[in-house]
Design a protein around this ligand. Structure first.
Ligand code: F6P
Ligand code: MG
Length: 448
């Protein structure tokens, strides 16, 4: 918890034995590395077919790199500067140097002694290094199978959702503002709970959505600990502008999290925003390489739209075709920036990724999906649960923003006095079991 006088509070870290960070670094991260090795093994034949002997040798070298990495992690070795020559190598090494300078008594930064956020991000970047160093492995996505599986196993729910969306669009013209608002809030919640279905919390175990996402909403309502959806709605309405000049071209940015079912929920929400005239432009932000098991890359984004379009289901296919059209005419666009795959807290963005910060400043509303984005918004620190979300953002305010997140890590701010204590007594794992969620807003429409 925030120790009085310490601002900002300490970072979560595996150095706190028994903490969720400790257990993740000790148990979950090595399992994830093993899964990448397995995935490389399983794809051996296709590497051979595509690249011949060279492919097999590269695969072997990548596996040995990853096995070494797992050993470094498990024996708490100091972190090593990156040696590949990628777009972000210099920025990473600079960041790592700065973190080393901050260590007390010149102790080396290592897996179990340093910030959890840094170490976890570092692991995913080292996995990419293993591939970058061993072409033609550099385009291999060791998490692809899990992401496609989540998409295919959620087919029933995706069909329900696309049917629901197409019915809404058909009736949109006759909808009152109240009805529009109600439907928006429903789809916002679907996108929120879509975040329950990522793979990293289960270290890659299946976590798909099988029931109807709309029907589940009333039962899930009581698990939303903070619900600022009304402010999100007011922000969208205000962004429409008024007066004879007509509607403003409202822009919504969605900082994506996971592929599979969650991505479909985000696309459905984005479609609704455009079809209802609440936004004229949607900018999606994804990752530039495979990240945290299930995060969306450009390839996943395009693949999902194509698969939806090709589905043997009338309303799924119609939705997919519409999404492809939005991409083609520029209403939707996909962007990646190296900052999203760095370990920074978002309050550092204005300084360390000024171009991205200024791009986000052009938005009318930024939706941050998922747990990792929440950790970065709040700096992944030991905040008191009653600290205001705005305070935990520490100046990060490019535009009105909202976090849609199910809780999978032990950082949570903005609760009412006594709320955390009550949750502790009812469910000791409330912060990490993805059973609870928050819709947390920061911006001018926040009522104080
Ligand atoms: O350890 C579980 C974990 O990897 C957290 O570190 C991380 O915050 C979360 O899962 C990823 O969840 P999400 O996909 O919602 O960001
Ligand atoms: Mg994720």
């Amino acid at each position: 918890m925030e120790v009085e006088g310490t601002f900002p509070p300490l970072s979560l870290s595996a150095k706190f034995e028994g903490s969720f960070a400790y257990l993740t670094v000790r148990d979950r991260l090595p399992t994830i590395l093993t899964k990448v090795v397995d995935s490389l093994h399983r794809n051996k034949d296709s590497f051979f077919k595509e690249y011949g002997k060279e492919g097999i040798q590269a695969e072997k070298r990548a596996i040995s790199f990853l096995s070494k990495l797992r050993n470094e992690l498990q024996t708490d070795k100091p972190v090593l500067l990156l040696t590949d020559n990628a777009e972000d190598t210099e920025a990473w090494n600079e960041y790592m140097g700065r973190q080393q300078d901050l260590m007390e008594d010149g102790q080396p930064v290592s897996w179990f002694k340093s910030s959890w956020l840094y170490m976890e991000c570092y692991m995913y970047r080292r996995i990419q290094e293993a591939l970058n160093m061993n072409p033609p492995m550099n385009n291999f996505d060791g998490f692809k199978e899990g992401k496609t599986q989540s998409f295919f196993e959620s087919q029933q729910a995706i069909k329900c959702l696309c049917t629901y969306l197409q019915e809404l669009i058909t009736n949109m013209e006759n909808m009152t503002e109240m009805q529009l608002r109600e439907n928006f809030l429903k789809l916002l919640q679907v996108s929120l709970w879509g975040n329950k279905c990522d793979l990293s919390i289960s270290a890659g175990q299946d976590n798909s959505q099988r029931s109807s996402p709309i029907d589940s909403l009333p039962d899930l309502q009581r698990f939303i600990l903070v619900d600022d959806s009304n402010m999100v709605w007011s922000t969208l309405v205000a962004a429409q502008g008024s007066g004879s000049a007509g509607k403003k071209h409202a822009r919504v940015d969605i900082v994506l999290d996971n592929a599979g079912f969650e991505l479909v929920t985000d696309l459905v929400l984005a479609d609704f925003l455009v079809s209802a005239g609440l936004a004229k432009q949607i900018r999606f932000h994804g990752k530039s390489f495979p990240w945290f098991l299930s995060d969306v890359t450009k390839q996943d984004f395009e693949w999902t739209i194509m698969q939806t379009m090709a589905a043997n289901h009338k309303w799924m296919a119609a939705s997919g075709a519409q999404w492809k059209h939005f991409m083609k005419d520029g209403t939707w666009s996909y962007h990646d920036h190296p900052f999203w795959t760095m370990p920074h807290e978002f309050c550092d963005m204005a300084l360390d990724a000024a171009d991205l910060y200024s791009t986000l400043q052009g938005s009318d509303l930024i939706l941050f999906k998922g747990d990792l984005n929440y950790r970065k918004l709040t700096g992944d620190r030991k905040w008191e649960h009653t600290v205001l979300f705005d305070r935990a953002l520490r100046g990060f305010q490019p535009a009105p923003l909202c976090s849609l997140r199910t809780l999978k890590a032990d950082v949570q701010v903005g609760l009412q006095p006594g709320q955390a204590e009550k949750l502790n007594s009812q469910d000791p794992h409330w912060m990490t079991n993805a059973k609870y969620a928050v819709v947390q807003f920061s911006g001018p429409h926040r009522e104080r």
